[in-house]
Ligand binder design. Structure first.
Ligand SMILES: NC(=O)CC[C@H](N)C(=O)O
Length: 729
């Protein structure tokens, strides 16, 4: 009997839901471990408090002396809560979070005194020797160093017994070495551009904040079962495994009663989130067996991105306490739904208006339409860049099937708004007659709120869908750091809004149009120009692929093909012009993402080769030997008649041999392809070679292995099966 698999199954059958006592009133614990406004008021002097507030609201610099006071207050607050260490918490270009803990504990120079210390210097800037993070050639390990700098817009928090201070990670030559810095710059750019446009409608708007509400999908697999699968452990997904007879066909898991162990896990996870100020709200079973989802209330984008990164870490840690491995991979199992991280995005003013929500008056609706149409125009202009922003080796498996959007970026707005746009397309060029103005006000712009109320359209195959008061970027993958997609989206919208302002102003200044006439005129042209990006149909159909091609939309099915758009002149100029990233920073990210792609496929290839040869083949041979023995025995008993009697066994023996041959020859060929790819020096070429020459072997090898799984005696099969991974809980 294959011990690891069966031991794991035994472990699982003995598991009980882990007991957990939770606070009934979540509002009482929300943010208790965050150095939030309440804590700051309690632990900071009024000058220090004002300093942090100014920095958050207006980006004012905090001087060293003030930083000392802030640090002192922060330390006192943390120590009162049992904290012993602090860390600058950052998001290097690996996409995950990084931390290096230092104790508050210090000794005086002669060792005669011991104390807890934490000064402004340690709060504001640090130099972790983080030389091994990917940097895409920005910094050489032996020269330009990187440093982390405090980001006061995201509050410090306590995780375990460590005070975590959110920071940006920058090289001494000034280039961003993380995901957060370009995001902050993009948020700044969209704030500036959107505030200017808002002034057409309301002069009081001083700031526009991009908001984000992510939805985190994930799978839970029992730790013992996960540990019995080398592929899950090393690559986050199953590289082989025959599909389970029952999968998600019956839709009986989706929104079903949450399994007890999973529910207790969620309860403890949510409690942790509450302490950390992550406003989690929704939990449910997703479509695939053992797949779940968690979603918070939307927040300001920078904070939401930090919270999602932190959440993924917390999810894994709480998972350990409940004997679960949390799978964030976009496609851990073939044949059932993958996991996304839909990014619900909008813009909100400091006067409390959601710019993507239709308003009560024609003027506020014209404002809504301006932002709505400009967003569509931005996506249309930069569809390839949007695709590039979600490109990873793991997301490639997810796109285009099982409720995940395809690789073609399009925008879904629903029937009702499509009609509104059609009507606006007919607006007269230049000045509008009083009758037309009244008609627009009453019958087109004025009608939008009613129209949206009964707009129940939903399209699960759309990568970018309008959902009533926000856009949902559905193409983002579950393992992604949202900063990548959010930097792109906010940048392209910023750029587009600037363009819009320029065009409207030109019509007002040069053509003598009134403000609303000018806006209608520009929007009309945008509606005409953006038709090719709007799509309401089935994103999986072959006809859409053909149609999209005709419309000139890109369809990059693989990451190496998709990433190229990142370094197009258009993209480089966009980021440069908005001061989001200079060319070096963009090129570095492109290089890093290609390398990450190559390495992931390389690891998968090696793991697959190993499992196929060292697990599958030996097991198949063992079973084949049993069959051979059986045939020999039959021959002994039945003499020349044995061939008829042992016909099926002989057939199986041959089948097994042919699959073994299939595995061996293809693993061999894959290894050769890898060797060839490995000598390439250009990152793009290498990634392409891994994509086009190495990866195709995965499916071939897998299919031989999966067929053997169906032939071989279940009792000796070493790899935990799909039905066990997906249905044991
Ligand atoms: N119900 C859903 O929204 C499914 C979404 C799907 N899991 C995805 O990958 O995006």
């Amino acid at each position: 009997m294959s011990t690891l698999r069966f031991q794991a199954l035994k472990d699982v059958s003995a598991r009980k839901p882990v007991k957990f006592e939770e606070a009934a009133r979540k509002s009482a614990i929300f943010g208790a471990n965050v150095f939030n406004d309440k804590a700051m008021k309690q632990f900071l002097t009024s000058d220090a408090y004002k300093g942090v507030k100014d920095a958050i609201q207006h980006g004012t610099k905090i001087d060293r002396k003030l930083a000392d006071y802030i640090a002192m207050g922060m330390k006192e607050w943390a120590i009162a809560k049992g904290v012993t260490h602090y860390t600058h918490w950052f998001q290097p270009l690996t996409g995950t979070t990084a931390e290096k803990h230092d104790a508050f504990f210090e000794t005086s120079y002669d060792g005669s005194e011991v104390l807890e210390k934490f000064g402004g210097g340690q709060l504001v800037q640090q130099e972790p020797d983080a030389s091994s993070f990917p940097n895409g050639g920005i910094r050489n390990t032996f020269e330009a160093r990187g440093y982390t700098a405090w980001d006061p817009t995201s509050p410090a928090f306590i995780f375990g017994t460590t005070l975590c201070i959110p920071t940006v990670f920058i090289s001494y030559t000034g280039e961003a070495l993380d995901y957060k810095t370009p995001l902050l710059r993009a948020l700044n750019a969209v704030d500036e551009a959107a505030t200017e446009v808002c002034k057409y409608f309301d002069k009081n708007v001083k700031k526009v904040t991009a908001t984000l509400g992510w939805e985190q999908e994930y799978f839970l697999v029992d730790t013992s079962l996960a540990n019995s699968r080398p592929d899950l452990l090393l690559t986050g997904r199953t590289l082989l495994g025959h599909t389970s007879a029952k999968g998600q066909q019956l839709d009986d898991h989706y929104f079903g009663s949450i399994p007890s162990r999973a529910l207790n896990y969620m309860r403890e996870l949510e409690e942790e989130c509450m302490y950390l100020g992550i406003p989690v709200k929704t939990r449910h079973n997703e479509v695939a067996p053992n797949q779940f989802e968690l979603a918070p209330i939307f927040e300001e984008t920078n904070l939401a991105v930090d919270h999602n990164s932190l959440l993924m870490d917390v999810m894994s840690k709480v998972g350990e306490r409940h004997d679960f491995k949390v799978l964030f991979h976009e496609k851990p199992f073939k044949g059932v739904n993958g996991s996304g991280k839909h990014n619900n995005w909008s813009l909100a003013t400091d006067t409390g208006v959601n710019l993507l929500s239709p308003g009560k008056t024609p003027m506020s609706n014209l404002q809504f339409l301006s932002f709505f149409i400009n967003t569509i125009k931005a996506v249309q202009e930069y569809e390839e860049l949007m695709r590039a922003s979600i490109a990873t080796a793991s997301n490639d498996h997810r796109l285009g099937a099982n409720e995940a959007p395809p690789a073609i970026i399009s925008v879904f707005i629903g029937q009702q708004l499509t009609k509104v746009l059609e009507e606006l397309e007919g607006v007269t060029k230049g000045k509008l007659s009083p009758e037309e103005k009244t008609d627009l006000k009453l019958n087109v712009v004025g009608k939008i709120p009613d129209v949206l109320l009964d707009n129940t359209d939903r399209n699960r195959t759309s990568p970018f869908a309008f959902t009533g008061n926000k856009f949902e970027f559905r193409a983002v993958g579950s393992s992604a750091n949202c900063a990548n997609s959010m930097t792109t989206l906010n940048s392209i919208v910023a750029k587009q809004l600037k363009e819009f302002k320029k065009e409207v102003d030109a019509l007002i200044d040069n053509k003598g149009l009134k403000k609303d006439e000018a806006i209608f005129n520009v929007l009309r042209e945008y509606i005409k120009q953006t038709k090719n990006i709007l799509f309401e149909g089935d994103g999986y159909s072959e006809s859409w692929e053909k149609e999209a091609k005709k419309r000139g939309l890109s369809n990059h099915k693989t990451t190496p093909a998709a990433l190229k758009a990142k370094v197009s002149k258009k993209a480089l100029d966009l980021f440069q012009d908005l001061n989001v990233m200079n060319h070096v920073e963009v090129e570095a990210r492109y290089e890093i993402e290609l390398e990450e792609y190559t390495k992931k496929i390389q690891i998968e290839g090696r793991v697959l080769g190993d499992i196929a040869r060292n697990h599958v083949i030996p097991t198949a041979i063992r079973y084949q030997n049993t069959l051979i023995e059986n045939v020999r025995g039959l021959k002994e008993i039945f003499g020349k008649d044995f061939e008829k009697i042992a016909k099926e066994q002989i057939f199986l023996i041959k089948e097994i041999s042919s699959h073994i041959e299939g595995i061996n020859s293809n693993v061999e060929a894959m290894t050769e392809a890898r060797k060839k790819a490995n000598v390439l020096t250009d990152a793009q070429k290498m990634a392409e070679a891994y994509c086009d020459k190495v990866k195709p072997y995965f499916e071939i090898i897998r299919s031989h292995c999966d067929k053997l799984e169906l032939l071989v005696d279940d009792e000796i099969w070493t790899l935990t099966k799909y039905r066990e991974l997906l249905f044991t809980r």
